[in-house]
Design a protein around this ligand. Sequence first.
Ligand code: OXD
Ligand code: MN
Length: 590
Amino acid sequence: MATAAHMLTPLPQLSRAVADWVNSVRELTTPRAIHWCEGGSSEMADFTAQLVRAGELKPLNAREFPGCHLYRSNPNDVARVEHLTYICSRSQQDAGPNNHWMDPGKAHAMLREFFRGSMRERTMYVIPYCMGPLDSPFARCGVEITDSLYVALSMLIMTRAGRGALERIARDGGFVRGLHSIGELDPERRFIMHFPEELSIESYGSGYGGNALLGKKCHALRIASWQARTEGWLAEHMLIVGIENPRGETHYVACAFPSACGKTNLSMLVPPASLPGWRVHTVGDDIAWLHPGADGRLWAINPESGYFGVAPGTNPATNSNAYQMIRRDTLFTNVALTADNQPWWEGLPGGKPVLDWQGRPYDPANGPAAHPNSRFTVSAKRNPIYSPHAEDAGGVPISALVFGGRRREVAPLVYEARDWKHGVLVGASVASETTAAAVGQVGVTRRDPMAMQPFCGYNFGDYWQHWLDVGARLAHAPRIYNVNWFRRDASGKFLWPGYGENLRVLTWMLDRCSGKAGAVETAIGLLPRPEDLNTAGLRTSPEALAALLSVDPALWRKEVADIRDYLGKFAERLPATLGAELDITEKRLG
Ligand code: OXD
Ligand code: MN
């Protein structure tokens, strides 16, 4: 029999530790009211209605986009701020050259003054959340306190939030403390601080997803990567996808690509008509927590329960599953509007923007109509190909791990690492052109090891050693691959069609794992020959395919020198194994 709502223990009474912390934050930030989030659809509907009444959310065309809303952020607050994101470990060395660091005492003192009275005249929302299925031993919990109702609503979509999470916290004891205030939305008073030794986060001055939905990047990657190292698992910036072959067997692959490089699209891939009988099942589109299992395999859960995806480029041709998914009950941020109040962004085949992402009459002279980092926030349950195993407490077994970046040249379409140790070097060497997901110049190639440059909560040198240690514990380690969908020809045209055709590359990997596909050994790893890929119905020319599968020794010798230079920054924390693996590659290049 269901328990009547009035008979449930009031949320503040469930966990003494949470209540005490909430009380101390109340004293510091002096909100007008406190709302403890129960979770569930009626609370979401209530939050949405409040935001509409306050003019912060705009309902969209109810016939074409039922239950969808538009949120416009402050124009100065549209992306992650890596330059204002800090790891505040006791030792600077532990944060490493890959992170900005501040002494924890100094960071707390500075933020304390920012938070003092910051919620005056505002409601403080207390959001207990669970990253991962509530019944999973791999899941971890946190509590976010925020003064932004938009953030609270987004957290209800992106995490398992509310009473169930607080009950688990009460049982488990520990939780990550995440304190957030939008403050004055002043870029001069904006900081995203992580205290991994205290399992706490303080975020001030931004309402943007990656800076403000603290369960996502701050907890599930930066804090969790630190926790994972101490507990023997991996927290990674990876999608998780199940590939079902025409015989009905499903194998899972986890892929790490930098932000806005197509993780959401790959996780929802639509097989091309020329590959009949294949099916794809999404487990996650952005974050994977990977645990060595008692069976010697690596098992993955997606800690999130929703998608915070990039809108531009999403359309029925590039990702019909995502396009279908966001046609109802979706929160759009910073997209443009058509005359009949439909959301619009660059890359849609039809429609015309009349208002741009800032609500101004659309004028191409002002730049794109939708912000290049405009987003959709939607429950994973809306995904038509959401995996029936996405909620499994023990996760799904991973057959292959894939790294990749956005590179015009150098990196071939795909190659396989010689073994796990070489695979760690391949991951550590990833480079990619920057995108609009973070504030800063777009299109600049930078090293982004394992796609974790903005997200690893500790020294990369220690992180790579941890990867090596985890691999050593796996009797059946996944094979490791590198892909590059973004290679271009001399005239700047993409050589590979991408999207659904990427399935051909994934099936080659899975056939390699089961010993069914060939490859040729090169200095950088094992590459498919054109005949090793399933090219039935593929329209790519033989010349383009040859170019995609070529390794230019001169370019690679330069690349190896650049990787050596980069790894050198990690000095005594760099595992000797990575240097030795790089020597092997260099020697083979001749
Ligand atoms: C994201 C990102 O939003 O990586 O997922 O920036
Ligand atoms: Mn991401």
